[in-house]
Design a protein around this ligand. Structure first.
Ligand code: ZN
Length: 456
């Protein structure tokens, strides 16, 4: 699998390299970055470090369009959306999960994501009965990644109760629930299966949220996985912040910072609602804020305090979460334009040395995303995985003279067919804009959707 890639422009940690050549070995690790052997005939356009997708619930892709009408009380919000999601869970089989996950991973790759962290909370049969194999529904995610070639970090989720008062799981939640003992058995089984996964596979843990896991549950997760990533849904909804405050005596991000060893292994998904102190302290912790701008906008969550957080050198990465859209460019654009609207300014999220809004956000999201999912990637340098994305430079808007302007053109002006090639740990999975197994994966997805439509 070793190979070399020539590119007319390469984004390195030192800046742009013209007529660059990247070499990688059989393990998919970059061994050289330079100019030697540049091949102008085979060269791709603008080569960027690949983007990690740090937060996805793949099956939710198949719900797109089902939850966009107003609920019966004349209002629609996150909680009514969740009801649709629960109804969907009544009919989903392992075969559906695999067909949907493969399609989602294909769409991610074609959008420029090179790896993906599945926040995996679907464990049991629709009535809550465990499968004979506790990892029955992790296996379809693994099979999908073997087919799609995308780099996978698996985050099995611990979900113990239905709310902060410790209430029982309700109908739609029965597929999620595990005691700590059951979760330990699940984790052990997944760790066993991981031995057959590619070398760039990573395993982490995910206590679902402070709504669903208590202190003992978080401790159990940390004990199981002393080195891998730890992800938790933090502060997505105002109602959630109020509930956590009422039960635990502190806002959720504050509680996590004060009660858990939050450091660079941690990723706080939807740290949307933070006060100034939480914003500064999360930035100083070295943890990654897992931002999912299109989903957070779709669900009406609120606006993340990105200007202050980035000014404090806070780290962040991108997640596609509900997968209502799969677009690296749109996530970055949504992140920036929400700040423009809130602050009535332009080019909010950049600094005086980078200046380019698109490049500033892209570089930080790629680095932060890789950190969050435990992957040595996110920058084009020797010793890092060859997670690489090539943008076309033979179409208008993507061929401006300054390479920074090409990223800005992609993020703010164009995304259609912008990505031409994608490599994940050296695996060449998107070629001339199309995933190499597009036909088979799209065909199976269409069949699965057909069955789901009839079952719902
Ligand atoms: Zn989520």
């Amino acid at each position: 699998m070793a190979g070399t890639i020539s590119a007319r422009q390469v984004l390195t940690p030192q800046g742009w390299l013209a007529n660059g050549v990247i070499a990688f070995d059989d393990a998919g690790t970059i061994t050289a970055v330079g100019n030697e052997g540049f091949d102008p005939v085979q060269a791709v356009g603008t080569l960027l470090p690949g983007m990690a997708n740090l937060h996805t619930h793949s099956f939710q892709r198949a719900m797109a369009g089902l939850a966009e009408s107003r609920g019966p009380q004349g209002a629609d919000d996150f909680w009514t959306w969740r009801q649709v999601m629960y109804r969907f869970l009544e009919v989903l089989t392992p075969e559906h999960v695999e067909a949907i996950a493969a399609l989602v991973q294909l769409e991610m790759a074609e959008a420029g994501y090179t790896s993906s962290a599945e926040f995996h909370y679907l464990h049991h049969q629709p009535d809550g009965t465990p499968y004979a194999d506790p990892a029955e529904l992790s296996q379809p995610i693994f099979a999908a990644s073997a087919e799609s070639g995308i780099g996978l970090t698996h985050l099995p989720v611990l979900y113990t109760y239905g709310g902060l008062d410790g209430r029982e799981l309700k109908s739609g939640q029965r597929r999620f629930g595990n005691t700590v003992d059951e979760y330990e058995a699940l984790y052990a089984r997944i760790a066993q299966l991981a031995a057959q996964m590619p070398a760039d596979f990573r395993l982490g843990v995910a206590p679902h949220s402070l709504r669903a896991v208590d202190r003992a549950g978080i401790d159990a997760c940390m004990a199981l996985c002393p080195e891998g990533p730890i992800h938790i849904h933090a502060a997505e909804q105002v109602k959630e912040v109020e509930e956590v405050e009422a039960h635990l005596g502190a806002r959720p991000v504050r509680w996590l910072l004060d009660n858990c060893p939050v450091d660079n292994r941690w990723c706080l998904i939807h740290a949307t609602h933070m006060d100034a102190g939480e914003t500064a302290d999360l930035a100083a912790s070295g943890a990654v804020a897992g931002l999912c701008p299109t989903t957070e906008a779709n669900l009406g969550d609120g606006i993340f305090p990105a200007r202050d957080y980035l000014a404090a050198e806070g780290r962040f990465g991108l997640g596609s979460d509900s997968n209502i859209r799969l677009s690296v460019a749109e996530e970055l654009r949504m992140l920036e334009v929400s700040q423009r609207l809130a602050h009535r300014q332009r080019a909010v999220l950049t600094d005086d040395s980078t200046r380019s809004n698109g490049r500033y956000l892209y570089e930080r999201a790629a680095r932060g995303g890789a950190q969050a999912i435990g992957r040595r990637a996110g920058t084009i340098a020797v010793g890092h995985l060859a997670d690489l994305v090539a943008l076309r430079d033979d179409v208008p808007i993507l061929n401006w003279p300054q390479p920074d302007q090409r990223i800005d053109g992609w993020v703010f002006g164009s995304e259609q067919r912008a990505v031409s090639e994608v490599w994940s740990a050296g695996r060449h999975i998107v070629r001339n804009g199309e995933h190499f197994r597009a036909q088979a994966i799209r065909g199976r997805f269409a069949l699965a959707m057909d069955q789901l439509m009839r079952a719902l």
